[in-house]
Design a protein. Structure first.
Length: 488
């Protein structure tokens, strides 16, 4: 079955591209025309492993070294057999895996489980992935040169393809990311050091983190992780260090694909945990702190306005120890209203005794600044999303696969935008409009209702940062449970 017929069928049923675009995608790379006759990464690794034999008395290290040599030779021979450049061979390997995952994900999961269940085929998969990364490193260099000349990238990046694989088969994608963690080279560097230090201090706020991750260049990581000797500090642990072979692993496409999946098992993968921990430490901590501080300022401002009566002291409602009549005629007359103002006009125009002041310039300005900030953030998010969507469409056309369009599609944009912050923005804007330039002393029922809604939604929005922290703690617990089940 021609793989392009599969892509055409999917695209026609979803209405994504026209016939002309499909023809351009087909002509994009002539090397993809024989994809349907090839095997994917894990199927190739299983070739000949059914006849694998060996003696149980053989030294495990010798057997492991022999398997590594065999795997390297197998990957090199497969690349030569394909008669393709390293770049095209690497791209074909990944595109074939994604196409198989799109047509029959259950079969792909079965093949992956079988391939990783045997030491020989598992080493072959690792070796082939290293060759794939070498090919994509060459692709990255080629893309850089083309960008310098003002031309567009010729190939989709590896992270673009991995994002699509996460969208289709999250567990398989997590397995591939785990296989891209290499500990051999980095631990050999550690063994070569005269003063062996293989302990680090891992201290968390609520609980100790199960790992520490740094996002740095090849030589910079040594300066960012302080290695220690074994000591009596309960927060110091012996660790195993891994290096990710995938450059630009903190790609937003990967994180967006993870946010879009409903699969929980992928978040137990060591590589995925590392990506999220590194993104949390490097990007999210400061943002969550600022977001929480600004939400607290909004909450206190609205609370102060709502808990203060006209001509009363700040938060005087909280100090009441007796019931006050909201129809008190003396209070209403004292503030320039008739004693029956609470029943005059429509329900939204009623004014009750001991209401909050309408004219509070300082608090109004704080809420106006907060609303302006929310509007700017909304515009910035929309513009950034549009840029990512355009980049996703370009990557989609380069790879001949349409799944990037789902990850950065309009449905995903709607899920990001339509939340409690949008409701808060609407109610806050309406409240500011109702009180703008109005110097009458007491709020009407409509204004008091808008103020209550603003307070409730501000309190709900304040839970957002705490939900992020709770998810981070849940991630730590998941990693600890995974470590108990699997010591690797």
């Amino acid at each position: 079955m021609d793989i392009f017929k599969v892509v055409k069928t999917i695209r026609w049923t979803t209405g994504w591209l026209s016939v002309e675009q499909l023809d351009q995608a087909k002509e994009r790379d002539a090397n993809l025309k024989n994809l349907s006759d090839t095997k994917n990464l894990f199927e190739k690794a299983l070739e000949g492993t059914e006849l694998e034999t060996g003696s149980d008395d053989e030294d495990p290290e010798v057997k492991a070294a022999a398997r590594t040599r065999d795997a390297d030779k197998f990957a090199t021979d497969d690349q030569k057999k394909a008669e393709l450049s390293p770049e095209n061979w690497a791209e074909n390997i990944m595109v074939k895996l994604i196409c198989d995952a799109a047509t029959n994900p259950k079969a792909v999961r079965k093949v992956v489980k079988k391939a990783l269940g045997k030491p020989k085929s598992r080493d072959r998969v690792r070796a082939m992935l290293k060759k794939v990364m070498e090919g994509y490193n060459a692709i990255n260099e080629k893309n850089k040169e083309m960008r310098k000349r003002g031309e567009g990238d010729e190939h989709a990046t590896f992270t673009d393809l991995m994002a699509q694989l996460i969208y289709l088969v999250p567990t398989v994608a997590g397995t591939v990311l785990d296989l891209l963690l290499d500990e051999d080279e980095i631990n050999q560097e550690m063994k070569d050091e005269k003063d062996l230090k293989n302990h680090i201090r891992i201290k968390g706020v609520f609980m100790n983190d199960p790992m520490k991750c740094v996002y740095a260049g090849k030589e910079q990581w040594k300066n960012k992780v302080k290695l220690l000797r074994r000591g009596r500090d309960p927060d110091v642990y012996e660790v195993r260090r891994y290096k990710c072979l995938l450059p630009n692993v903190l790609d937003l496409d990967l994180i967006q694909a993870m946010a879009y999946t409903n699969n929980v098992e992928i978040f137990a993968k060591k590589s995925v945990q590392a990506i999220l921990y590194c993104a949390w430490r490097k990007l999210m901590v400061h943002a969550v702190k600022i977001q929480t501080f600004l939400a607290l300022v909004d909450l206190l401002s609205v609370l102060a306005w709502g808990m203060t009566t006209e001509k009363g002291s700040v938060f005087d409602r909280l100090l009441w120890n007796e019931t006050h009549d909201d129809k008190d005629p003396e209070w209403l007359k004292e503030n320039g209203y008739s004693s029956t103002i609470w029943q005059e006009g429509s329900a939204w125009e009623h004014v009750y005794a001991y209401g909050s002041p309408r004219h509070a310039p300082s608090v109004w300005n704080i809420l106006a600044a907060s609303t302006l900030r929310q509007f700017i953030n909304f515009v910035w998010k929309t513009c950034s999303w549009h840029q990512r969507q355009q980049a996703a469409m370009e990557a989609q056309n380069k790879s001949g696969l349409q799944f990037m369009g789902y990850i950065w599609g309009n449905v995903a944009y709607g899920k990001m935008v339509f939340n409690v912050d949008l409701l808060l923005f609407g109610f806050k804007s309406l409240f500011l409009y109702l009180t703008f330039g109005r110097k009458e002393e007491v709020m009407t029922s409509a204004e008091q209702s808008m103020l209550c809604a603003t307070f409730a939604l501000t309190l709900t929005a304040l839970l957002g940062p705490f939900q992020v922290v709770a998810c981070k703690v849940s991630l730590s617990l998941m990693a600890i449970k995974k470590a108990v089940v699997n010591e690797d």
